[in-house]
Design a protein. Sequence first.
Length: 322
Amino acid sequence: MAQTTLNAATPEKEQSAHGSTASEDRQAIAATLLQLDRELVGLAPVKQRIQDIAALLLVDKLRAERGLRTGAPSLHMSFTGNPGTGKTTVAMRMAQILHQLGYLRRGHLVAVTRDDLVGQYIGHTAPKTKEVLKKAMGGVLFIDEAYYLYRPENERDYGQESIEILLQVMENNRDDLVVIFAGYKDRMDRFFSSNPGMSSRVAHHIDFPDYAPEELEKIADIMLEGMQYRFDEPAQQAFSQYIVKRMQQPYFANARSVRNALERARLRHASRLMRDPDNVSDAALQTIGAQDIRASRVFTEVSSANPQAGSRHDQPADNRET
Ligand SMILES: Nc1ncnc2c1ncn2[C@@H]1O[C@H](COP(=O)(O)OP(=O)(O)OP(=O)(O)O)[C@@H](O)[C@H]1O
Ligand SMILES: [Mg+2]
């Protein structure tokens, strides 16, 4: 095969952090992506984008091996979607994958909100933001509800100072830090339109759709399997009905609500077994029954209108579902 251009690749680009070749990386990444696909239900567009990014980095590495020009692509992202749609989970996976590909030195995730970045008094914001950035270097900085950084109604808001420092670091250290902004879609859109500098530095806007009821059931199965529990047939049916009802009630939070529902079912299951503690079979220890689901308040409460979702920080946690 004829090689066309021969450009001097920068030495650190010739090998990944692990010194592996593009072909070794490709196999490792294929396994990771397969695992991601198995462990995370749905999210087809999200998975596709992760695959595309992995492909880009692999091709970059292959180019470096062949002496072609490479440049660290900008990988700052925004993850938008409703609560419990998997944003934090996927961000953690993304950090691992970028580490595996040699893009990130450490591959850890530092999750923060406005309060971690912005100070209360003059002079406090810069050191706070810089401290967080220092911790995140070599990994992913995940800024949840990022739009709270920007408060146009408050003229003297220190959030702006934090944004400016972030912008600078996102530009200058983009081969050593990936920033992911997360939150509700409409608010994030507004945030980006008021901060064009920020918007232009975010290369990937990824939207996390709400889950369909069947997807939530599958998510429950995966969670149960992970905990070595299972539904019996009537429990499975009860849970299908539970999901449909729960989705119409306030503070529904997708997969997070599923996790909470399962925690409550486990509590009821445990109390039920302890009513006759000397006769507990191995099967009973692992099997959630319909009664453990149907005792939920979700089945008795009349559904009220779903209030407009506000800040997750203002809301009671999703702990109403008993
Ligand atoms: N597609 C999925 N498949 C399996 N489990 C999932 C999926 N999406 C989310 N989960 C699980 O649901 C829970 C909530 O997910 P996660 O915290 O990532 O959501 P989030 O979008 O960050 O929510 P929030 O906006 O409230 O922070 C986690 O326990 C996660 O493991
Ligand atoms: Mg989250």
